[in-house]
Design a protein around this ligand. Structure first.
Ligand code: ATP
Length: 314
């Protein structure tokens, strides 16, 4: 296809055949800065099945956006391995990463307007986003109108972003991210500017994308309700997977190096340096505090659970 291609000319590309699986192994990312290195990811172990929908939640600065930028091929990790489908991203050249961004992974940035050109129609926006995928050749992609229909914007192809409500804008941004038929859709804070009905429409659009196309969907959100509605919510804390919620139940997660992050409310009762005795059976692990940091020469008191901590060595 040439630069003079017409908008009604079919765009061809490797069509997404359902969703892509994702796997991160001990993923580390460090930003070098003038004032020293900033460790954004400190060993993320995470598996996402093909066709799964999940939320990445966690406090500000915990590393969610960094993880999404790596999954989206926007930057390479400092260490560790990350797979999207058959691609091991840290092995890809810059050309390989560009191809990944163009045809395999769709990324929707926070702030719907950042994803869309304001001076052309929604259809034209989507068609333009399909062109990098077209250069990689393959099968025919869905026409822009079909993608808009999928996200609940049927008949809106001629409209421009300025004509839309905030909820419609966010769904138009989703359509843009879906333009090339990606197997993985990454969406950063899609509901942060929306009221409850706008949020419901965006969640319905994501469910339609996932249900009808099988696309794997990862949503970064501060909204606990979004995490709950997606069924699986992975909490990133201090650059690692700290916990997981599944269908209303909360779980700690064993990392690849055998560590487990205690829930924040537990950390308050068991400060750093607390000695824990570990008992386990095939089905359970019991941690029992046997010595507080203060009894080991620290200056910290410790709240006690599972009995009064004994002095070290008793
Ligand atoms: N370009 C950068 N240069 C230096 N440090 C960065 C850069 N981007 C992020 N960081 C730092 O990396 C850490 C993780 O940031 P990141 O943006 O990934 O977290 P986040 O969980 O997405 O936060 P938020 O929810 O506020 O967007 C933070 O300490 C942040 O200050």
């Amino acid at each position: 296809m040439t630069a003079a291609a017409r908008q009604d000319e079919p765009v061809t590309a490797a069509h997404s055949a359902g969703g892509l699986a994702v796997a991160c192994h001990r993923l580390i990312h460090i930003y070098p800065t003038a004032s020293g290195d900033v460790v954004a990811l400190s060993g993320v172990d995470l598996r996402i099945s093909a066709g799964e929908m999940l939320a990445l939640v966690g406090p500000s600065g915990s590393g969610k956006s960094t993880l999404v930028a790596i999954l989206g091929g926007l930057m390479q990790p400092s260490a560790g391995r990350v797979y999207v489908g058959e691609h091991e991203l840290s092995r890809l050249s810059s050309k390989g990463l560009a191809a990944l961004r163009g045809a395999t992974v769709g990324t929707v940035l926070q702030g719907a307007e950042r994803n869309l050109l304001p001076y052309v129609s929604l259809s034209r926006n989507i068609w333009l986003a399909q062109r990098p995928a077209a250069r990689l050749a393959g099968r025919r992609l869905d026409p822009p109108e079909a993608i808009l229909d999928l996200v609940g914007l049927a008949g809106a192809g001629a409209r421009r972003v300025g004509d839309l409500t905030p909820g419609q804008r966010q769904r138009a941004a989703l359509a843009q991210g879906l333009a090339a038929g990606p197997g993985l859709l990454l969406v950063d804070e899609p509901t942060s500017q929306l009221d409850a009905s706008g949020r419901d429409e965006v969640l319905a659009a994501l469910a339609a994308v996932n249900g009808e196309r099988g696309t794997t969907v990862v949503v970064v959100t501060h909204d606990g309700e979004v995490g709950a509605r997606l069924g699986r919510a992975v909490t990133i804390r201090d650059g690692r997977v700290g916990a997981e919620g599944r269908d209303g139940r909360d779980f700690a997660v064993v990392a690849g190096d055998g560590t487990i992050q205690l829930p924040p409310e537990t950390v308050a009762s068991f400060p750093a340096g607390t000695l824990l005795e570990v008992d386990h059976t095939d089905e359970s692990i019991t941690l029992r505090a046997v010595a507080a940091p203060s009894s080991l020469g620290g200056d910290d008191g410790v709240a006690r659970a599972g009995g009064e901590p004994r002095p070290s060595g008793s």
